[in-house]
Design a protein around this ligand. Structure first.
Ligand code: 5GP
Ligand code: MN
Length: 341
């Protein structure tokens, strides 16, 4: 975090303002967790605050305190535009490029000229922010929001609501504290959140123990479709729109599926290709273990990005052709796709 910027931000927040918090399309636990925690915190500081998300969250996040107050931009675009036009400051959380908002919301963000504050842990941010708190070494945007509050000397304002939102964000973005970005410092933050009222087993349960029978069947289908390319230490999964329909796909149902491919012994690179007939794209998630950067891979070949070990992208080709393209790239990367000796 840049100290000079930080002090200026603190000055900017010293008087009540109209503030909007925006997070990325297809919001995950960290997107909603960090946004809602910041929402409750800024309200405590006396600001007028709104949270805007391009589209709705999966069911397993619906319990979050304040979730019902979030304005869904694609559901009521006119109102969303009105909210954003009135904002003196806009905090952009858990993303670093406007295109991550989707094509409905992106134009208004380009048009308005508020003070933009970016809080994010993804690599290679776009240059739109007046204040950019960017740290790709951080486990989650939620951990960064905790640090921001702490650095402002306001940690005593963290109550049960804020702690629960931050805990949920860190829990989900660290894969339940197992990804390498989880540090001893992350655990210290989490310890403090528990002391401030976050209930760890209750939050875990609300997020993870809410499977439907259909989702389990869809997982079965996904595992059945899994292909292992031993030579490249790579495994991938496909799900067609027909398969999604058969198991009554709901937003969030495929969350975590790609990790099953990555959990195979000797696999260091995993992908899932999910057909979206409505958007006419194939949505792709990439995961890796070790030094192979899926951020670079997604950027280079599939219009995406993210982190070194977790990234996403998209393709306008058919599902079959997307997979073909993917498989044909691998021989060029065979030097990188070797297991460490
Ligand atoms: P997921 O595979 O879970 O959708 O995303 C993995 C990570 O990559 C997340 O941190 C997400 O924010 C990022 N990500 C996913 N899709 C895209 C994309 O299309 N572009 C960029 N820049 N990042 C993405
Ligand atoms: Mn995140």
């Amino acid at each position: 975090m840049n100290k000079v910027d930080f002090r200026r931000l603190q000055e900017d927040l010293s008087e009540p303002k109209n503030i909007v918090i925006v997070t990325h399309r297809n919001p995950d636990g960290d997107a909603y967790g960090s946004s809602l925690a910041l929402y409750w915190f800024l309200k405590k500081l006396g600001h007028e605050v709104a949270v805007v998300s391009p589209n709705d969250c999966p069911g397993f996040l619906k319990w979050m305190p304040g979730e019902d107050r979030i304005h869904i931009f694609e559901a009521d675009t006119e109102k969303g535009i009105e909210i954003l036009r009135k904002a003196a400051m806009v905090f952009t959380l858990d993303f670093n490029a406007f295109h991550r908002l989707g094509e409905v919301m992106e134009p208004i963000m380009e048009e308005i000229k508020p003070v933009y504050v970016m809080i994010d842990h993804h690599q290679q941010p776009d240059d739109f922010a007046d204040f950019a708190f960017v740290d790709p070494s951080m486990s989650s945007t939620s951990e960064m929001v905790y640090r921001l509050i702490d650095r402002m000397g306001k940690a005593e304002l963290i109550d049960k609501n804020i702690a629960s939102c931050l805990y949920a964000g860190i829990l989900t973005d660290t894969g339940s504290f197992r990804f390498p970005a989880t540090t001893s410092a992350t655990h210290r933050v989490v310890a403090d959140l528990l002391e401030k009222g976050a209930n760890n087993s209750d939050i875990y349960s609300k997020i993870h123990d809410v499977n439907t029978y259909n989702r389990m069947q869809l997982l079965g289908r996904a595992l059945d479709n899994m292909v292992v390319l031993e030579r490249f230490h790579t495994a991938y999964i496909t799900l067609s729109q027909n398969e999604l329909n058969r198991y009554k796909f709901q937003r969030g149902d495929t969350e975590g599926f790609v990790n099953y491919a990555l959990s195979l012994k000797n696999v260091m690179f995993a992908a899932i290709f999910i057909e979206d007939k409505k958007q006419k794209i194939i949505k792709i998630s990439f995961r890796s273990v070790g030094g192979f950067s899926v951020n670079e891979f997604a950027r280079t070949y599939f219009n995406g990005g993210g982190h070194i070990n977790a990234a996403g992208g998209r393709s306008d080709l058919s599902l079959k052709d997307t997979v073909k393209k993917f498989v044909n790239i691998l021989p060029d990367l065979s030097n990188e796709l070797t297991l460490p000796s």
